[in-house]
Design a protein around this ligand. Structure first.
Ligand code: NAD
Length: 366
């Protein structure tokens, strides 16, 4: 069957061309004057299952910025779920506003109504600027929410599971780079010792690694020094530190040209989302420098695996066991990257896209 080509629209907003670029399925713009809610829900791909992804509340400078963020993050969720073998699609939501000023029960519940209207195509969870308490408000209006407190039958804070997955990714990287996954005596620099970073430091400490940390939060630095005997490093000095492993666990987009040039390590493996400032430019650059990069969306998937387990009947032991598999998948991706002579993030993307395409074929045949 042939279909007539839909002519390109001449519009200054270019929303559809943005959706076309990464093949997004659906965008919902949510507005409610009474609560001040302005949100965007982006459903990237639901071939593998309903799109699951957290709700980020952030004081974006412009609407374009918010749209850009939600499109980028929702696509990342598709890859994260696909590569982790979960029957989930990719989606994400952003609420425009300052979470410390604009967030109210009514606003979160109104947002929950919009989630409910999608009939399960989108499942939400907490993210930057939202909490498990906010998800309880959302849950008053819809059941399509995960990341609820343990007291409400949820999995609670997913950070320890995320940290465990990152730890598995670090061990697999050490296996590849050094021939052994033992981390005792290895020098590891952790940037950002918040919820995930602190749990990671604990796991590294238990294995006898020599740990260096940086953070802008003095309390976190004091706690890590007291509990795990870490060395504290000043701000951006962490990039050039001569270590075996650098674990970014604070901000995204830190692997830019300047920081990659400064790096003095064999492995980069951490929890932060979207670490490569520009995948096509900085993926190859880090590889050419001889540094092994563990793809972020693979090794930080423990949190998603944890909430997925909540969706199907929560069990922390199962979530930890499934997260352990990140070790094997990381090694598989390193082999694929070597075989195809490409950078590791590219290899991870190929593997994730392949799973979506394979299942799409299953769905379209009898
Ligand atoms: P968090 O907010 O608890 O911790 C972040 C830490 O980084 C804080 O201690 C903060 O003070 C510190 N920080 C901020 N700017 C810094 C800087 N310039 N230098 C050094 N430290 C700085 O967040 P989290 O939940 O631990 O998540 C950490 C990262 O992992 C984020 O990028 C997040 O998106 C990602 N991630 C988290 C999870 C999860 O389960 N929490 C899952 C997947 C990905």
């Amino acid at each position: 069957m042939t279909t007539a080509t839909v002519p390109s629209l001449n519009t200054e907003f270019e929303v559809f061309s943005k959706l076309e670029t990464n093949d997004h399925e659906q965008i919902v713009f949510c507005n409610d004057n009474s609560t001040g809610l302005k949100a965007i829900i982006a459903v990237h791909n639901t071939v593998l299952g309903p799109g699951l992804g957290g709700t980020r509340m952030w004081h974006y400078g412009t609407e374009q910025e918010a749209l850009h963020d939600v499109l980028r993050l929702s696509r990342g969720m598709t890859y994260k779920a696909a590569i982790s073998g979960l029957n989930l699609g990719g989606a994400k939501a952003v609420i425009i506003g300052d979470s410390k000023v604009h967030k109210t029960e009514a606003l979160m519940r109104k947002f929950g109504r919009f989630v409910e209207n999608l009939n399960g195509k989108y499942i939400t969870a907490e993210d930057v600027g939202t909490t498990t308490k906010d998800m309880e408000y959302v849950n008053m209006e819809t059941n399509h929410v995960v990341g609820l407190p343990e007291s409400r039958g949820g999995g609670g804070d997913p950070s320890p599971v995320t940290a465990y997955g990152v730890y598995m990714g670090i061990k697999a990287s050490a296996k590849k780079a050094y021939g052994s996954d033992q981390l005792g005596g290895k020098k590891v620099a952790v940037q950002g010792i918040g919820k995930v970073g602190m749990h990671l430091v604990e796991l590294l400490h238990q294995e006898g690694a020599e740990i260096y940390v940086s953070d802008i939060n003095e309390e976190n630095l004091k706690a890590a020094s007291r509990n795990f005997g870490v060395h504290v490093v000043n701000g951006d000095d962490i990039y050039a530190l001569p270590v075996d492993i650098f674990a970014p666990c604070a901000l995204g987009a830190i692997l830019n040209t300047e920081n990659i040039n400064a790096l003095n390590c064999n492995i980069v493996a951490g929890a932060a989302n979207n670490q490569l400032a520009n995948e096509d430019q900085h993926g190859p650059m880090i590889r050419e420098k001889g540094i092994l990069y563990a793809p972020d969306f693979l090794i930080n998937a423990g949190g998603l695996i944890n909430v997925y387990s909540e969706h199907t009947g929560y069990n922390r032991d199962n979530a930890m066991r499934d997260t352990e598999n990140i070790y094997n998948t990381t090694l598989e991706i390193f082999s694929l990257a070597e075989e195809k002579d490409i950078h590791t993030q590219h290899a991870a993307t190929i593997l994730a896209e392949k799973r979506v395409q394979d299942i799409l074929k299953v769905r379209s045949t009898y």
